[in-house]
Design a protein around this ligand. Structure first.
Ligand code: DX5
Ligand code: ZN
Length: 215
């Protein structure tokens, strides 16, 4: 069954606890978009947010670090409660070292790539990662449209995984909703990161029903 990872960037932050409570039966984990206003043109959450979340939820939390110098933040996010850390290929000088560092702290290590970054830049890291996050929008904001050329990238990555017998998970982030979720899963996606697709989806119960068609 595909995993639904709810990006709280799209939630009503004035009522975060109620928001998570409202959608909890339809999601599997929480996705925390950490943005520094430098790597991406938006500023969002830091350590206090994950501490706050941990006061009312035991769900897995993915810290998606859209920051320059992510190495500096990895340990603290895990200490505060992140069960997965997603770092961008574009921000890491020593990607293998950073991936191994995350795993040594007993969290899952995912590597994200922006829409314009080729899959070929991941070739040597694939044997080491727990997952790859394909950005299907340019990172920075919720509520953007899925970039159609990302279908080819997703299919290609699924093939590479199959051909090499790799076990990493494939996640997608950006512009995912009821209209494309099932097709994504059919093409090999394991984790659907969804902001608007969860918190601003008037047909949220439909989503699980749709995904169950792939079981
Ligand atoms: C974008 C973030 C996403 C975003 C997804 O930079 O990484 O996680 O919140 O939002 P939707 O699903 O609304 O496109
Ligand atoms: Zn994200």
């Amino acid at each position: 069954m595909a995993v639904i990872s709810a990006s709280i960037l799209a939630a009503d932050l004035a009522h975060l606890k109620d928001e998570v409570e409202r959608v909890k039966d339809y999601i599997d984990e929480i996705h925390l978009d950490v943005m520094d206003g430098h790597f991406v043109p938006n500023l969002t959450f830091g350590y206090p947010m994950i501490e706050g979340l941990r006061k009312f939820t035991n769900m897995p939390i993915d810290a998606h670090l859209m920051v320059t110098n992510p190495d500096f933040h990895i340990k603290l996010f895990i200490e505060k409660g992140a069960t997965r850390v997603t770092i961008h290929q574009e921000t890491c000088y020593h990607l293998h070292r950073s991936v191994e560092y995350i795993k040594s702290l007993s969290a899952e290590a995912f590597v994200a790539i922006n829409p314009a970054t080729p899959l070929s830049t991941l070739e040597e890291i694939l044997p080491y990662v727990d997952g790859i996050l394909i950005m299907t929008v340019n990172p920075g904001f919720s509520g953007q449209k899925f970039i159609p050329s990302m279908w080819t990238k997703i299919k290609k990555l699924s093939e590479i995984r199959k051909d090499n017998g790799y076990k990493f998970k494939i996640a997608v982030d950006g512009g995912v909703g009821n209209e494309n979720a099932l097709e994504l899963v059919k093409n090999g996606v394991d984790i659907l990161v969804m902001g608007y697709g969860v918190f601003r989806n008037p047909n949220l119960p439909e989503l699980r029903k749709l995904l169950s068609k792939n079981e």
